[in-house]
Design a protein around this ligand. Structure first.
Ligand code: NDP
Length: 480
C-alpha cells in the first residue's frame, strides 16, 4: 500500500515518530494509502528548512521565481489526468469535475501568481512638492498555509502560490482526509527545480500538525481555509502572538431568484450551485429564495432536474454526484436532513443514503436533497451543512429577501437572478458578503479580492491583495 511522505527541505521523508494514518477512499469505503501521522517534531524540521531557504528565495529576482512557478504550472497541466484521478479517489468527487475544476484551477492559481511575482509593485505618494513617500514591501518570512478537504489541490495552491510568489517560504498542511494531490504536487515541485526548503509539506491531523504550525514562533503569517469553529480556535493562539492572519471560513450562502430571471438558466445554474462537488463547496448556494410569482414553477422544475442527477461511481463519466468525503461527514449531513424534518421541513426529493451497485457499494453517497417549508431562523437555515442539501423558500418583497439573505452569522457569497439591472446593482450593494454573482455562479477572475465577512472570515485573498498579505510594508519618507 502506498505510503505518502512529508516533503521537507526538498526531500521525501517519513514522519519522525514513524506513525501513519489510514487514507480512505470514500467512494468504496476502504483504506487505499497511508498518511504520515506527523507531529510538532516534523513541523520543527519543516520550519528550520523554510527558515534556511528564506534568504535565497526572497532575494531571487522576480523573473527567476516566475520561471520555476510557471514550470510547476506546466507540470500540473501535463499530469492533469493523473492528478484528477488521485483527487477523485481521495475526495469522492466525479473525476470529470476534478479535472475541469480542481486541477484546472490549481494550475491557474500557480500560473497567475507566477506572473504576480513579475508584476507585483508597491506605491509611491508625492506630498505636493514637499516630500515623496514610497513603500517597500518585503516578504514576511515563513508562511503557514493550512487547507481543507473539499477542493484539495485547488485550495492548497490558492494558499501557497501567493506566498511563494511574494518571496515567502512555506510550511503547509493539507487536510489529512485528502492528502494525495498535495503529495503528488510536491513531486512536481521537485521536478520543476523549486529550491530545497522553499515549500515544505507536513501531513497529519489538524490538532497536531495544524496546531504546531499555528503555535510556532518562527511562522509570522498564517493563511487558513476551513471551518469557522477551527478558524476561531486559531485566532486564540495566533492573535496573542500577533501573527498576520487570513481566515477563509464557512458559508451559508443565499441564492435569490426574482420572477424576471431567465428561468431556464436560473434553474440549471442553481442545480450546479446547490450540488456541484456534492454541495461540498464553501460557495454553494444552500438557501434558495424565490420570488412568490415564480415559486411553484421553480420548485417543480428544480426538483425534476435534481432527480435527473446521476449519483454513482466517481470514475464514471456520467456521474454528477459522487461520494461525500468521509463516513463521519456523511453522518453529519444525514443528521441535518433529520433535523430539517424535525424542524417541520418537507423533503421534496432525496433525504437518504444511497447504495451504489458494484465496487462502490460501501461508499458514502447521499441523495441530493431539496427541503421546503422551513422558517429562515431555524438551524437548518442557519448552520453550514456542507453537503447536497438545499432549502427553498418564497419571498414577496425585495426587503424580505435581503433580510433573509443577510440573516445568518455567515457572509461569504450570494447569487442573484434578475433581468433588472438597477435592482441587481441595488441588491448587490446591500448584501453582506464578500462576493455576489449576478446571473451566474462560481465565475472567478483571480485579480479580484476574495473572502468572506462576519463568520466567513477575515482578510481578503486573491489578486495582489493575497501577495500583499505575505509581505510587510515599510514606508520611506523623503523630505524634498
Ligand atoms: P476544518 O476547519 O475542519 O479543517 C481545515 C484544516 O485545518 C484541515 O487541514 C484541518 O486538519 C486543519 N485543522 C483542524 N484543527 C486545527 C487546529 N486546531 N489548528 C490548525 N489547523 C487545524 O475544515 P474542513 O477541512 O472540514 O473544511 C470544510 C470547511 O472549510 C467548511 O466550513 C467550508 O465552508 C470551509 N471552506 C471555506 C472556504 C472559503 O474560501 N471561505 C473554501 C473551502 C472550504 P484536519 O483535516 O486534520 O482536521
Amino acid at each position: 500500500m502506498e505510503k505518502i511522505a512529508n516533503y521537507i527541505d526538498g526531500q521525501f521523508r517519513a514522519p519522525v515518530a514513524g506513525k501513519y494514518l489510514d487514507n480512505i477512499n470514500p467512494s468504496i469505503g476502504e483504506v487505499y494509502s497511508l498518511i504520515p501521522d506527523s507531529d510538532g517534531d516534523d513541523v520543527q524540521l519543516a520550519v528550520e528548512a523554510a527558515t534556511r531557504a528564506f534568504e535565497g528565495w526572497s532575494s531571487l529576482l522576480p523573473d527567476k521565481r516566475f520561471a520555476v512557478l510557471a514550470r510547476i504550472a506546466d507540470l500540473i497541466d501535463r499530469d492533469a489526468d493523473a492528478l484528477a484521478l488521485a483527487e477523485s479517489i481521495d475526495q469522492g468527487k466525479p473525476v470529470k469535475l476534478a479535472k475541469s475544476m480542481d486541477i484546472f484551477r490549481a494550475g491557474a492559481n500557480i500560473r497567475f501568481y507566477a506572473t504576480g511575482a513579475m508584476h507585483f509593485s508597491a506605491e509611491a505618494h508625492a506630498t505636493g512638492v514637499e516630500a515623496v513617500n514610497y513603500t517597500l514591501r518585503s516578504p514576511v518570512g515563513v508562511a503557514g498555509c493550512i487547507s481543507p478537504w473539499n477542493l484539495p489541490l485547488y485550495l492548497f495552491t490558492w494558499k501557497i502560490a501567493p506566498a511563494l510568489a511574494a518571496g515567502c517560504t512555506v510550511v503547509a498542511k493539507p487536510s489529512e482526509l485528502t492528502p494525495m494531490t498535495a503529495y503528488l504536487f510536491t513531486k512536481l515541485c521537485q521536478e520543476a527545480g523549486l529550491p530545497q526548503g522553499v515549500l515544505n509539506v507536513v501531513h497529519g491531523l489538524g490538532p497536531k500538525v495544524g496546531q504546531a504550525i499555528i503555535d510556532h514562533p518562527g511562522i509570522p503569517a498564517i493563511s487558513f481555509t476551513g471551518g469557522t469553529v477551527t478558524g476561531k480556535k486559531i485566532t486564540t493562539t495566533a492573535g496573542p502572538m500577533l501573527k498576520k492572519l487570513s481566515l477563509e471560513l464557512g458559508g451559508k450562502n443565499p441564492n435569490i431568484i426574482f420572477a424576471d430571471a431567465d428561468f431556464d438558466q436560473a434553474v440549471a445554474t442553481s442545480i450546479s450551485s446547490s450540488f456541484t462537488n456534492q454541495g461540498e463547496i464553501c460557495l454553494c448556494g444552500s438557501r434558495i429564495l424565490i420570488e412568490r410569482p415564480l415559486y411553484e414553477k421553480f420548485v417543480k422544475a428544480f426538483v425534476a432536474k435534481t432527480k435527473e442527477l446521476v449519483i454513482g461511481d466517481p470514475l464514471n463519466e456520467a456521474t454528477r454526484i459522487g461520494a461525500l468525503v468521509s463516513e463521519a461527514h456523511m453522518n453529519k449531513v444525514l443528521s441535518y436532513i433529520d433535523l430539517a424534518t424535525k424542524e417541520g421541513g418537507t423533503i421534496l426529493t432525496g433525504g437518504k443514503r444511497v447504495t451504489v451497485s458494484g465496487r462502490c457499494a460501501k461508499g458514502f453517497f447521499v441523495e441530493p436533497t431539496v427541503v421546503t417549508g422551513l422558517p429562515a431562523n431555524c438551524r437548518t437555515n442557519q448552520e453550514e451543512i456542507f453537503g447536497p442539501v438545499v432549502t427553498l423558500a418564497p419571498f414577496d418583497r425585495e426587503e424580505e429577501a435581503l433580510a433573509m439573505a443577510n440573516g445568518t452569522s455567515y457572509g461569504l457569497s450570494a447569487t442573484l437572478w434578475t433581468s433588472d439591472l438597477t435592482r441587481a446593482h441595488r441588491i448587490s450593494s446591500q448584501l453582506k458578503c464578500g462576493i455576489v454573482w449576478v446571473n451566474c455562479w462560481l465565475y472567478r477572475d483571480l485579480r479580484t479580492p476574495f473572502g468572506g465577512t462576519k463568520g466567513s472570515g477575515v482578510g481578503r485573498e486573491g489578486g495582489w491583495e493575497a501577495m500583499r498579505f505575505f509581505t510587510e510594508a515599510k514606508n520611506v519618507c523623503i523630505r524634498l
